[in-house]
Design a protein around this ligand. Sequence first.
Ligand code: IPD
Length: 281
Amino acid sequence: MSHNTPAVLRTLAVDLATRTAEKINARRAELGDLRAYVSTKSSVVDPVTVVDTAAEAFISDELERLRPADGLVGEEGNEGASTSGVSWIVDPIDGTVNFLYGLPHYAVSVGAAVDGRPVAGAVVNVATGTIFSAAEGEGATVTVGEKTVPLQASATVDVETTLLATGFSYSAARRAQQVEILGRLMSRVRDVRRMGSAALDLCALAAGHVDLYYEHGIHSWDYAAGVIIAREAGAVVTHPPLSVTGQEFRPVVGYAPGLGGVIDPVLEAAGVHQPLPTLPH
Ligand code: IPD
């Protein structure tokens, strides 16, 4: 059997993300309230960064040991070229602000791409232990404790009953643009959720917990795993090429399959499908 099938890559993604989540939990328990470090500046090194960096180093070392020919793109800067055609795209903690505040909604995201296409991935909610995963052609599942069930995007067909999830950039000027777009949509849809982790937003789309997700300017490590999970759960998902940086502020868009045909004109009119306009200098 080839070592590069989506099924093999998914198994490793789940294993890596799960073990990384255990490490993050252990470290978080040692550190206590992370905000104490940030507000009192009692540490010269931001504890969030320390945990992020250590988690990504762990994944990077494991991949180097197990799959040395594969490439790596990590949020914390780990990089390696691929000679196998497979690349791993990793966010050690997606939802960093939730992590900082102790909101139980942050995740390890491990995606695998073959020749630039996401084909397998795992997203593990660190605080709850919930494991989302998928492989191209094999469906998507969620595991809670001992129980694993298939993921299925919602059956929503109307724009008016669409619950949307989105997120915002860390840049104030970009946020102003994003709020304008969201403002155009608010009177058209059921409501909005801003949960703080793009990877988990895509898993929420896969689980039918929201009907639509879009965001401008997220990076490949935020969405590589979530995209394949949402797609395999039946959602329609578009994203920029994985090589395009979030600094181009292009959109990732995903929605329940029944919204096909009705939601695109609404998203188009609101400006979702275009990159955010260039900021004046
Ligand atoms: C962030 C989260 C958030 C999204 C931001 C991302 P990070 O990633 O995914 O939901 O709105 O755009 O940067 O910084 O927590 O890894």
